[in-house]
Design a protein around this ligand. Structure first.
Ligand code: 6PG
Length: 268
């Protein structure tokens, strides 16, 4: 059996503090892959939902020393999934990230890759154009076959979905493209684009952030195989845990894993 995902569970304040330390650590690890300072870039994918707010609490906190620095100007941010709406629409993940985080960054801004609003009528074209944006950043250095994000920051739904990859959906079997359209998302709005499962699994690090007692049932089935046993097996979050092993870290508000016996990590 491969190495297991890391589970951190704390109350919110401690959780955001540790999440910040984790992101800073992964940022340093990523920079260390470059010889030249001027080439350093941190390639990050983010989801919507409750994540941007928690992320902002972690990333906008005051620095605790010279090593505790978020170098936003070296970040390239992509959306792990995005809704097919205008960028200023209330359903837009970009708008959410902008309001929660980007607008509040004091220093230089990260480079943020948004969807092309002129293609909203055709989700296939929207996904293909977004994949082209990934090619422009990833294909130069990494294997062209699958892009390698330095870090994916993802949420998870009570049904075990992540990004816009939903349980039992045909998209889970797609391996050809980097980004896919979805027209029948069970979580509204229905029309979206999402990174493919192989792209998620291929990231250097995958970080799930989950809050809320509503996720207790699905997390207990994924982490314990317990009450629901095999039911968890095909769930998107379980597939990622299985494929990426200890490259996955879960930062979970403790009420979401209450009673789950899976071993917690106390520090990074
Ligand atoms: C989206 C999200 C989605 C989200 C989960 C968790 O655009 O809908 O990217 O995958 O992360 O549904 O959402 P919560 O954190 O709000 O529970």
């Amino acid at each position: 059996m491969g190495k297991q995902p890391n589970l951190f569970s704390f109350e919110l304040k401690k959780l955001t503090k540790l999440l910040r330390q984790y992101i800073v650590k992964i940022q340093h690890e990523s920079f260390a892959r470059y010889k030249d300072d001027k080439d350093k870039v941190f390639k990050v994918g983010v989801s919507g939902g409750s994540l941007p707010k928690i992320l902002a609490q972690a990333l906008l906190a005051p620095s605790e020393g010279p090593d505790d620095v978020i170098e936003f100007e070296k970040w390239e941010i992509f959306f792990a999934d995005e809704r097919a709406v205008k960028l200023d629409h209330e359903d837009s993940n970009y708008r959410l990230l902008k309001e929660e985080l980007l607008n509040k960054i004091q220093d230089k801004q990260p480079k943020v890759h948004t969807i092309d609003e002129s293609l909203l009528d055709n989700t296939g074209e929207l996904a293909a154009e977004y994949a082209e944006q990934l090619v422009s950043v990833f294909a130069r250095r990494d294997s062209v076959k699958t892009p390698t994000f330095d870090l994916l920051l993802l949420g998870c739904g009570p049904d075990g979905h992540t990004c816009s990859l939903f349980p039992g959906h045909d998209l889970l079997r797609e391996t050809e493209n980097w980004v896919y359209p979805i027209e029948d998302s069970p979580k509204p709005p229905a029309r979206r684009i999402t990174l493919s499962l192989p792209v998620v699994n291929h990231a250097h690090r995958i970080c799930f952030v989950a809050t809320g007692a509503g996720k207790k049932e699905v997390l207990s089935s994924v982490f314990e195989g317990g009450v629901h046993g095999d039911e968890a097996k095909g769930l998107p979050i379980a597939l990622i845990n299985e494929a990426a092993g200890d490259r996955v870290s879960w930062f979970v508000y403790e009420e979401a894993v209450q009673g789950v016996r899976y071993p917690r990590r106390g520090s990074l």
